[in-house]
Design a protein around this ligand. Sequence first.
Ligand SMILES: *[C@@H]1O[C@H](CO)[C@@H](O)[C@H](O)[C@H]1NC(C)=O
Length: 562
Amino acid sequence: MAVAIGALLPPLTSWLLAVNRTIPEPYLDEVFHVRQAQQYCNGNFHDWDPKITTPPLLYLLSYAVSRKDFLRDRFGIDLGLPLLGCDIFALRAINAIGLVLLAVLLVRLYSNRHPAAYKAHHLLFQHSALNIVLFPPLFFFSALYYTDVWSTFFVVLFYVQLVEGHHTGILGFLKLLAIGLASLACRQTNIFWVAIFPAGIALVQEIDNGHAAVKDSIHREVQGFGDGVYSVAKTSWKYEVVYDPPAKDAWVIAYLLTFVSIVGCALKTVSQPKRLLGLTVALAPYLTLLAIFAAFVLWNGSVVLGDKSNHIATFHLPQMLYLWPFLSFFSLPIFSPYILLLPVTLLAELASLGSLESMQIFRRRRLLPRVWLVVIFLGIACMTVLGGTAVHPFTLADNRHYMFYVFRLLMRPWWMRYAVTPIYFTCAWSCMQTLGSGPAAERQAPGSLPDGEHSATISFVLVWVATSALQLVTAPLVEPRYFILPWIFWRMHLPLQQPPSTPHEEKKAGPESWSSFWKTYDHRLWLETVWLLAINAVTGYIFLNWGFAWPQEPGKVQRFMW
Ligand SMILES: *[C@@H]1O[C@H](CO)[C@@H](O)[C@H](O)[C@H]1NC(C)=O
């Protein structure tokens, strides 16, 4: 743990202090959050700012830690920490603390998912956890009083409970419920990650009754789509076995087959009362959270608390296109190999269109997306752009956010939004490939969670994409902060390249093991650290030093931010 935290503290504290030095007053949305938190700290729980859209857990946290006088007077405990107050520095610092705790959680998650690998390569996993918390839209808001850091923390805490297997029994149920509600009390959209996502995973696990022999035969049988879809549907219905191969080298057809198989097994399960009961019990925590959420929305009349007219849930399909370049931009170092590979292999395929033999090689290697797949994707993408492109007035009106400039570029000549669709495709393809980049595990149960070493299974990828889609397409605004959870869930499950460790190797010590450590490390992580730190440094510098004024608000400094 110490390495990740030790490496995080210098950039984090410098960022926190620099923001405090340059911007001692609340900035932008902070105005609402800080005012509300200070009301709470003064014990005034009745005045609620109707402009605030999210529930008050963050303010309650600040209130709780500001009770140091209470601790001293009542129990004689003097913590004496400068953080525990309610002035703006203390309020912001609680997010910095949240980020450190998130790093701790991520390390714990890695060590739980794959204890043996973690033991052998703990530096690698700590490095990866560090990179995750350096994610720019998250890191940026760790020095401001926004709700994103704690919101992310609670969602990841929820996920850690699942991974650790604490979700069974009545105690596990209550624990999940409490953490899930805490995450919803930070941000309502977390419902997708504490209900839909785990329910999807649990569903796949539950509907499969795991005949290993049938499973092997279905994998052998499935060759193409034509006969594949029939045999998969039949086997799924008959034996209740989910077809769920590793995403490694998987062709898009395999995704369709997995989907068909899940539907088939689910229908069969639902048709048997006894199994349906088992399924309901397995999904109980998530269904309960969903029910509570639905009750809240009915009572409130909307998902957001305040400013309802500007935050109406929509069907904003192009968000699913924006997701991919967004993930790709921040993770460029991770999959630079794929980005470089794609044009080369595409060219090779085009060049060899006539010659059947070389086509076969590619087909077997499954290196490239098929041409027809590219054409279909681009067609769908162009239709999405044509029918769904909607730019929220907030985005166009606010030149303080980077998104404003992105959309200006995207909208200016009318054809630009279509011209970039190949970029969406390249990025989407690379993201999928990277999730399946590890070696395929020997035998993975359907719905098993990726362990950070092996390729994810297709069902996991499907559930992740579906959850991200639900979260994003319902959001009218395109905000980098909305992509934090899709990115984190993608990044947490990325297979890291690990050297094969034999017991013999582990015993070695001294300089020799250092050189072997270096030789076998996943060096993409260094590049990623440098890349993320650089983005944070540049955006942080611009935020602090490139202030400007709007003509309509003279004398007030406006700053560029995510
Ligand atoms: C934060 O800024 C305020 C106002 O400039 C200053 O008084 C305070 O000492 C700063 N806090 C820290 C911890 O540097």
